[in-house]
Design a protein around this ligand. Structure first.
Ligand SMILES: C[S@@+](CC[C@H](N)C(=O)[O-])C[C@H]1O[C@@H](n2cnc3c(N)ncnc32)[C@H](O)[C@@H]1O
Length: 227
């Protein structure tokens, strides 16, 4: 069984990738145009100062995972027979749909997703419903540092894809819910925001962590909790 490549999931994802291409193209064109001058350090400073304001500015952008990354998420969840997933940063639901499809193909489960922007959470819920996956997903609206304080049980897979500078704080918030073998998948776990990578790449902290060889430069990192 593979509901990623069958309908309704396949059709909904194809539509969402078309919509994200249209919505985010101007933003990426601007990034490319300004890439010589783009100061990631300044972006991280702005985020650290006021991440809510930074992401309000992207309220109409998808900022979604690539199709390859989405297939990777699906594969991880199928292969680990995961039942409980937490996602930091759900946006319009593209990554969530990949993971929810995998949970359903595993026989069922639950994703707790989080999104700062209410309008994005509404769109995510609508997209997830169109993919027929509503019963698997709960999207919590607000700051993940608050909304993930109680995740009601152990976590099999954690997907980190929100404000870059919060990865370590979100990880530590959820650490008590990890089990031996929990997978943490980070998108944008970039070296410039190094506290997270320093922590998970240090085996003394109980992790084994390595960069993923696709979407180079986007800071994709796969981490195993080993305690
Ligand atoms: C890169 S996008 C997520 C893309 C999504 N995972 C996908 O592949 O479709 C990051 C999202 O995280 C949200 N976000 C940022 N900081 C957050 C926080 N502290 N709590 C909850 N959501 C947050 C942003 O509003 C934004 O929609």
């Amino acid at each position: 069984m593979n509901s990623l490549t069958t309908n309704p999931v396949a059709d909904v994802l194809a539509r969402l990738y078309r919509e994200s291409e249209a919505a985010d193209r101007p933003l990426f064109e601007q990034f490319i145009k300004e890439s010589d001058d783009f100061d990631i350090g300044q972006f991280l400073k702005d985020e650290a100062k006021d991440y809510k304001a930074v992401y309000k500015g992207y309220a109409n952008n998808f900022l979604n995972v690539s199709q390859e990354f989405g297939q990777f998420l699906y594969t991880c969840i199928r292969n680990t027979k995961a039942k409980r997933v937490v996602e930091f940063g759900s946006s319009m639901g593209i990554s969530t749909i990949h993971m929810a499809a995998a949970l359903r193909d595993n026989g069922g489960g639950k994703i707790i997703g989080t999104e700062l922007e209410e309008s994005k959470a509404k769109r995510a819920r609508k997209n997830i419903a169109a993919a027929g996956l509503s019963e698997i997903v709960e999207i919590r609206v607000g700051d993940a540092l608050e909304t993930l304080k109680d995740v009601e049980g152990p976590i099999d897979v954690l997907m980190l894809d929100g404000a870059f500078t919060l990865y370590l704080r979100v990880l530590k918030l959820l650490e008590p819910n990890f089990r031996n073998g929990t997978l943490i998948i980070g998108e944008n776990a970039i070296k410039e925001s190094s506290d997270y990578l320093d922590y998970v790449r240090n085996p003394k902290n109980g992790y084994l962590s390595l960069p993923l060889p696709f979407d180079e430069g986007r800071g994709n990192e796969l981490t195993l909790f080993t305690l």
